[in-house]
Write a protein that binds this ligand. Structure first.
Ligand code: ARG
Length: 297
């Protein structure tokens, strides 16, 4: 079932089957990371502007932050000619099916041809990890950018799906059938927030960070209906510091771009602990913490 308007919503979170949290984190080395083309507004002034040495230091600090939280990363090697491969949330949607106790992954169909060749590297990685590798139907004309746009509701078998820039709404019809999961589909209306993970950050089953400007009225109402506490992030922190591209791996700590003061104050008010990281080199490409990792079962 795909939900697109609040009046159609007949879901109650406590009735949705539970989903065990994915406990392992995947990171991809930034060996070939750069800004070489422009496929989102954040990249436009930054072609050739990445300091690769600084990018490596920032990535190592991210890896160390996960390790310090007892999530030792599994590594994938970045490949030459694929400067965006480091954003390893985008090429796949890993899933766990509570009904059959099985795990699998749906491969993305990247919107831009510059990123299409990243996908087979992740297909191979998941095969080696023992995942069933699925694709969207051959005859479906739809783009899908994995966990850039499709986010699991923490603790429940419910998927949030952003569409409008990188993912087509039709992809969610197919995913709903393939995964037998209810999906709440949210239209993205601001090109700075081109992926759902730039404007919605589910922290735990009850709390989420949100950039309200990214959504239409229906989208905001759907988010308000299913999260008990919606923390609205100041627009400049979401738009320019990627505050909503944060990640809460354990229900307590929130890895977030440094300097998001308004967001951090609100996180602390709700008993979360911000862990600040500098991802400035990666922000030149339009991404921060959330899209630099993939959580797997
Ligand atoms: N340059 C990459 C792109 O535009 C950045 C992707 C960041 N990923 C994300 N989920 N926000 O595709």
């Amino acid at each position: 079932m795909i939900y697109q308007t609040p009046d159609a919503l007949d879901l109650q979170l406590d009735r949705i089957p539970s989903l065990p949290p994915p406990r392992r984190v995947v990171l991809t080395t930034p060996t070939h990371f750069d800004v070489e083309y422009v496929i989102n507004p954040h990249m436009s002034e930054n072609v050739g502007a990445v300091n690769t040495d600084v990018a490596w230091q920032q990535w190592k600090a991210l890896r160390a932050a996960y390790t310090a939280l007892d999530h030792t990363p599994v590594l994938v090697n970045g490949q030459s000619g694929l400067p965006d491969m480091v954003f390893c949330a985008n090429q796949t949607l890993p899933f766990y099916d509570p009904a059959s106790d099985s795990k699998g992954v749906v491969l993305s169909r990247m919107h831009s041809e510059q990123r299409a060749d990243e996908v087979p590297y992740y297909a191979r990685f998941f095969e080696e990890e023992g995942y069933a590798v699925d694709t969207l139907p051959e005859d479906l004309d739809a783009d899908f950018e994995g966990m850039g746009d499709a986010l699991w509701h923490p603790g429940h078998h419910l998927l949030w799906g952003g569409y409008g820039y990188r993912t087509s709404p039709e992809a969610y019809e197919a995913l709903g059938d393939l995964l037998d999961v209810p999906i709440v589909a949210l239209r993205l209306v601001d090109p700075d927030y081109y992926h759902l993970d730039t404007c919605l950050c589910p922290l735990d089953a009850r709390h989420a960070l949100v950039a309200p400007e990214a959504f239409d009225d229906a989208g905001r109402a759907l988010i308000d209906a299913l999260f008990e506490t919606v923390i609205e992030v100041p627009d400049h922190e979401a738009r320019h510091q990627f505050a909503c591209n944060a990640h809460c791996p354990d229900g307590a700590h929130v890895l977030i771009q440094e300097g998001c003061e308004g967001t951090n104050a609100q996180l602390r008010n709700h008993d979360f602990v911000p862990v600040e990281l500098d991802t400035s080199e990666f922000m030149k490409s339009g991404g921060s913490v959330f899209c630099m990792k993939q959580m797997i079962w």
